[in-house]
Design a binder for this molecule. Sequence first.
Ligand code: PEP
Ligand code: MG
Length: 931
Amino acid sequence: MATKYVYFFGNGDADGDESMRAELGGKGANLAQMAKAPLSLPVPPGFTITTDVCQEYYKLGRKYPADLEAQVDKFLAKLEKAMGKKLGDENDPLLVSVRSGAAISMPGMMDTILNLGLNDKAVEGLAKKTGNEKFAYDAYRRFIQMYGDVAMGVDHDKFEAILESVKNKAGVKSDQELSVENLKEVVAKYKEMYKKEKGEAFPQDAKKQMWGAIGAVFGSWMNERAIKYRQLNNIKEGTLKGTAVTVMAMVFGNKGDTSGTGVCFSRDPSTGENVFMGEYLMNAQGEDVVAGIRTPQKLSELEKTNKKIYDELCKIRARLEKHYKDMQDMEFTVEEGKLYMLQCRNGKRTGAAAVKIAVDMVAEKLITKDMAINRVEPQHVDQLLHPTFNKAELAKGIKIASGLNASPGAACGQIVFTAAAAEEWAKAGKKVLLVRKETSPDDIAGMVAAEGILTATGGRTSHAAVVARGMGTPCVCGVEAIKILDAKTISVDGKKYKEGDFLSIDGSTGAVYAGQIATEDAKLSKELDTFLGWCDEVRNNSVRTPAVGAKIKGFGVRANGDQPVDAENAFKFGAEGIGLCRTEHMFFDPAKLPYFQAMIACDTKEMREKALKDILPLQKKDFVGIFKAMKGQPVIIRFLDPPLHEFTPKDKASINEVVKILKAQGVKMDAATLEARFNTLHESNPMMGHRGCRLAITYPEISMMQTEAVVLAAIECQKAGIKCQPNIMIPIVGEPRELATIRSECESVIARVQKEKGVKVNVTIGTMIEIPRAAILSDEVVKSADFYSFGTNDLTQMTFGYSRDDAGKFLDAYYTRNILDDDPFKTLDKNGVGELIKMAVNKARSVKADFHCGICGEHGGDPESIKFCYEAGLNYVSCSPFRVPIARLAAAQAVLASKAATKPAAKKAPAKKAAAKPAAKKAPAKKTTKK
Ligand code: PEP
Ligand code: MG
């Protein structure tokens, strides 16, 4: 039997259903589902050509599979029968829309063509049949423009220029004010221009038009913006088969004042509130609403002006939510008083809305807690942590305009007016706000680069709003006060702002301010607290039975923090300990730095011991602060790691400061000698050089001082009744004897200080696994370790042999040439680094069955890597404090995914929720330099 490429829907039935997203795309699958029982919604009939055809089309060098044409003919005939009209009929033409739709929603990235089937004769027939000549010519001018642009590649601006000139000549502002004569003139001029551009007349054969449009939609799968969108959203090559194409009977919202079109959401996609909201335009087609050409009316107005349609929509809203158990984004058209549903999909939403909707739907018993956890994406939580304006600064701010609060968060930057400028300025390290009349999909790269987006026209469902929300970028749109004067200047209320001037926007309130307003980090909301509490339950109750070693209960989330203030933040965000305290970072404080520099300037043990005496109380104080902040939770203190040259003073004044400190320590050294000493610290390959435990091997007094500081801090806390769990961690171990040697020195200090103070403290000693050799010899290393933490920044660097500081210079070529899928410094390389981790864990647990292992490299905050860590049997992940909430969610999702994967296969697995793909921008490779 021939492969079925075409699926029909309409007349209360459909060949496919919602489970066929992969084949029919989200749009096609949902149209089929809406059309058939039990939903049985008013959907115009049509047919969907599957994504398999798209895949074949590219395999065959942009050709269709042999039997596609016959199948399309068959279903076109069925559609014509259902509508009682024929495509291209001169008296009563069937008009269709040709729409794109992949399994994962890619809003606005691929092409759609409306009003297809019109030609010079059919337009007359349509005019006569409907008794509405204006409508017929309005549809025809729209079709020529859309088809000419999308299918035939005629510049969109050339059509716009003609439309503008006719409007100017007629003295009208909006498109709907054009008379029949004006519209006929537009059509004539469009065709004339088309012929000049293409060297042939505008196609009149409706069937040819349809195949042209189908080709254009399949072609748009590989257009630049669609490819970019997939890259930015981490949709990897080969995950999807391509786009489906839906050919659907047109219903008309532009047939006069009893017709209209709109977009609505079953809950507020910005806040998540359970209110029905949306926008519509009377006497318009869908493109008018989303393009932001006219400012649409709120859905609440429809209740006043057309209660019948409004009530019908409300019922559909409730039915769709109940069916899909998620917030729905719907498109509808009213044709002469009759309502049609054109689309429904799970709505894109802000982070705040995602959490609120998930929490509310659990309370409404629509979904379970586990479903709620899977519903919220880690990026949603990230958005909730977006900054707001500093209140005091905001009070002084000068508000110059306001618009729609389209995507939350405060942003401040230098204004630029093109996407290209946004990209260029951002690359140069500047923070920019992208200001546009309205955005289009071609602006995507500039939108990603911008801190915030500001548009002069367009509603909450405009391109700018939808895309910014998806990316979590603050956006204010529809700011009518903005006038675009020229390519580099705008004015607001008569005041000019040039490219490079600063503006600030609040995407949560819609306010626009002149100048720079400082932003502040976000705080957790109550709803997020509840939600993350559910995540914690799932994590904490998880039990794993690994192949090697004892059962593992729970999956922890800790934070990397070096100062008491980091620890306070970490605790607030729900961290269950400090997984990495980089002790050298304590010396970034300008008040402490010269003491550290004085210590590294010393070239004898005696000198160093004197210098270390000054450092000990400084470190002890910080340790006490961190222990207090963590309220008895474990704190892993990583001993000195970086190559010392990273801390040498760079100017004369700083060198003189060190001279003074050394003098106070009884060491005479002039500035020139000191500078020469610092110069000797230079290393040609410092990442492989004198760092980590090598410092402790060569200068044991340093690690002994650090041990003393830890023990003294613990004793001080204990005496003050503050619980603490200090853990010492030795970095860059590659040989078991390194750790054994350092451990015994630390233990001797612990014993001495305990004896001196007459107090016992429980300090454990572990190591980082960040050198492949340590992973290989893990069954030996483990003998001197109480715990491991995988330092995957260095482990990645040393496994790949890529410098963690500048691998970015060549990694781009690896992505474009399909050699690597991801930045291995961002998402853990499972095949190489991951295998080393598994080997190290298993070897360690073959010696100590319940050996505790975690991760503290940057990967500890990356959702995909967190999933790997759970599967590899790590006890916890540790990441920066602001990523802790994301890690709590990602960890819970990892637990649920693993449960789902091990469920007995007998039960039919639920349809894979393709839309849950991460929608975040691809984060640039984080610079992990040891600074
Ligand atoms: C690591 O190497 O992964 C790590 C956490 O240590 P650092 O980044 O300080 O080298
Ligand atoms: Mg390291």
